[in-house]
Design a protein around this ligand. Structure first.
Ligand code: 5GP
Length: 186
C-alpha cells in the first residue's frame, strides 16, 4: 500500500518547527523529507539532516534534470524537494512530511491532489507581531516586511486542506495528530 504525503507550511515565527518536532515524536511511520537549499547553513545545522546545502550551480542542474517534485525561491534562496526520495518512501508504504512554503505546496497539490496540506496560523496577527517584537532582534522595517509576507501567506492558506492555530503546542499538535490519524487510518 502506498503511503500518504503531508505538507506543513506556516509563516516564520509561528512556531512550526516546534510543532513538527513534537508531531514526529508522537506519530508512527512518518518521515520528514530533507530538502536541498542554496542558502548557507546556520550555526548548528547539519548537511543531510537539516538540509542538503548545495551550490547554485548544482541546484540548477537538479532543476534541469527534473529531479525536484517542487522547488521555490524564498528570501533570495532556492529550496527544493527531491522527487525520487519522496516517491520511494511513499511506494514503500511510508508516510512523508514536507515542511515547505506556500509556492512549493501549490506545485505538489497540482501534481498530487491527494496530498494533505496543513497551514499553521498564529493565534492572531497581534500575537505574532508581539512575538516578532519580543525577539528584539529586528528593525521596525524588517518587522513590517515580515508582517506583509505573513499577510500574503495567510491569503495563500486558502488553498490548504486544514488550518491549525498554534495557540498552545499541545493543542496544535493534537489537531495535527487527529488529521494524520484520520488520513492514515482511512
Ligand atoms: P529556512 O531558510 O528558514 O530554513 O526556510 C525558509 C522557508 O523555506 C520555510 O518557509 C521553509 O518551510 C521553506 N522550505 C524549506 N524547504 C523547502 C523546500 O524544499 N521547498 C519549498 N518550496 N520550501 C521549502
Amino acid at each position: 500500500m502506498a503511503g500518504h504525503l503531508f505538507i506543513i507550511s506556516g509563516s516564520s515565527g509561528v512556531g512550526k518547527g516546534t510543532l513538527i518536532k513534537e508531531f514526529l515524536k508522537q506519530a508512527e511511520n512518518v518521515f520528514l523529507s530533507v530538502s536541498s537549499t542554496t542558502r548557507k547553513a546556520r550555526e548548528g545545522e547539519v548537511h543531510g539532516q537539516n538540509y542538503y546545502f548545495v551550490s547554485k550551480e548544482d541546484f540548477q542542474k537538479s532543476i534541469d534534470n527534473g529531479d525536484f517534485l517542487e522547488w521555490a525561491e524564498f528570501s533570495g534562496n532556492r529550496y527544493g524537494t527531491d522527487k525520487n526520495r519522496v516517491c520511494d518512501m511513499l511506494n514503500l508504504g511510508k508516510n512523508v512530511l514536507l515542511e515547505i512554503e506556500v509556492q512549493g505546496a501549490k506545485q505538489v497539490k497540482q501534481k498530487m491532489p491527494e496530498a494533505v496540506l496543513i497551514f499553521i496560523l498564529p493565534p492572531s496577527k497581534e500575537e505574532l507581531e508581539r512575538r516578532l517584537r519580543g525577539r528584539g532582534t529586528e528593525t521596525e522595517e524588517a518587522i513590517q516586511k515580515r508582517l506583509q509576507v505573513i499577510e500574503f501567506e495567510a491569503k495563500e492558506s486558502e488553498h490548504y486542506d486544514y488550518k491549525v492555530v498554534n495557540d498552545t503546542v499541545e493543542k496544535a499538535v493534537g489537531e495535527i495528530m487527529d488529521i494524520y490519524k484520520k488520513k492514515t487510518e482511512e
